[in-house]
Design a protein around this ligand. Structure first.
Ligand code: BDR
Ligand code: CA
Length: 321
């Protein structure tokens, strides 16, 4: 079993990724840390507890709240995509008896910070731990700043972030997670730690339509399936108005799939740089993918292709069972 720590800013697609990870027998989730991104970190931690409350877990991973602000920039959030609460506003819903429809899991939040929990776990499992980063890279870069030698003992970082051959989803040149904290992304890509990045180029290949979600879940009426239908609605409306279809991309679920079913994905080695300054290009990820030999040594694997049909099948098989 692969030991992982998930760093996340839930977020509708983060929720789907967390559920997939929690239902993947190949993974042992040692800890989950939260970070500001889609929503402020305090809301992100609440959302994490709500997501954990969907499953009957006998044991919870360790949980710690991480950084509230990016390294340098002012925080930009994505409530217009994910809803005011980051989960399609499901936290307001209650049952007929007045109880919350999606209660928070009754689990402890660590008294140490997200950054310190990351360092503690890397120390505890040298060369064994993979960090799966599903939000801005602020916690991870702070951990590198605090103890760079310790962080070299990570097995790798698998992250959702960047865009190379398409337009971005915040600006024409930048993907959200890198845009929010480009200085952190720059530090992570320059760290020498093995990195596998899953950019928009590949997450856009997996299209979850509202129709497919309804068809897959229609025979179920449990809390988890209701959550899948209800939490995704706001996001799907956003896609209908801004992207052109009623559905969503399940970006953050793909790094989980890379760990459990690597044969469904294709990646290349490349030298990735992050633009931190440009007026028009802040948060742009740059790599020469023309197939010629780059002068600089690769610092990351970039995933560029996924077998989308098989991945979506796997996603539903796991999540609904
Ligand atoms: C990324 O941005 C966030 O809104 C999503 O959760 C995902 O991590 C996609 O660009
Ligand atoms: Ca995310």
């Amino acid at each position: 079993m692969q030991r992982i720590l998930i760093d996340t800013d839930p977020g509708v697609d983060d929720a789907l990724a967390l559920l997939l990870a929690l239902k993947s027998p190949e993974l042992k989730i040692e800890a989950i840390t939260t970070v500001s991104g889609n929503v402020h970190v305090e809301q992100a931690t609440q959302n994490l507890l709500r997501i954990l409350g969907l499953l009957d877990l006998s044991e919870f991973p360790m949980i710690a709240q991480g950084e509230a602000q990016p390294l340098v920039k002012l925080l930009v959030m994505a409530e217009h995509v994910h809803g005011e609460d980051g989960l399609g506003n499901i936290s307001e819903l209650s049952n007929h008896d007045g109880c919350p429809r999606y209660p928070l899991a009754d689990c402890n939040i660590s008294t140490i910070s997200g950054v310190d929990l990351i360092l503690e776990l890397v120390n505890r499992y040298p060369n064994e731990l993979v960090i799966v980063a599903l939000g801005p890279l602020t916690n991870i870069s702070r951990a590198i700043q605090k103890d760079p030698e310790c962080m070299q003992q990570l097995q790798s970082i698998v992250l959702m972030g960047g865009v190379f051959r398409e337009y971005g989803n915040v600006t024409t040149t930048a993907e959200f997670n890198v845009f929010v904290d480009p200085h952190a992304a720059h530090e992570v890509f320059s760290s020498g730690i093995p990195i596998h990045t899953v950019p928009l180029d590949v997450t856009h290949q997996v299209v979850l339509t509202g129709k497919r979600l309804n068809a897959e879940t229609e025979e179920y009426d449990d809390r988890l399936s209701n959550f899948l239908r209800e939490s995704t609605q706001t996001c799907m409306e956003f896609y209908r108005e801004n992207v052109g279809f009623y559905g969503l991309h399940i970006h953050d679920a793909l790094p989980i799939g890379i760990l459990t079913h690597p044969h469904l994905f294709e990646s290349v080695n490349a030298y990735v740089q992050v633009e931190t300054e440009g007026n028009l290009t802040s948060g742009m990820t740059v790599a020469d993918l023309r197939g010629v030999h780059s002068i600089s040594k690769p610092n990351a694997q970039i995933c560029l292709k996924v077998n989308a049909d098989s991945f979506l099948k796997l996603f539903f098989q796991r999540i609904l069972n």
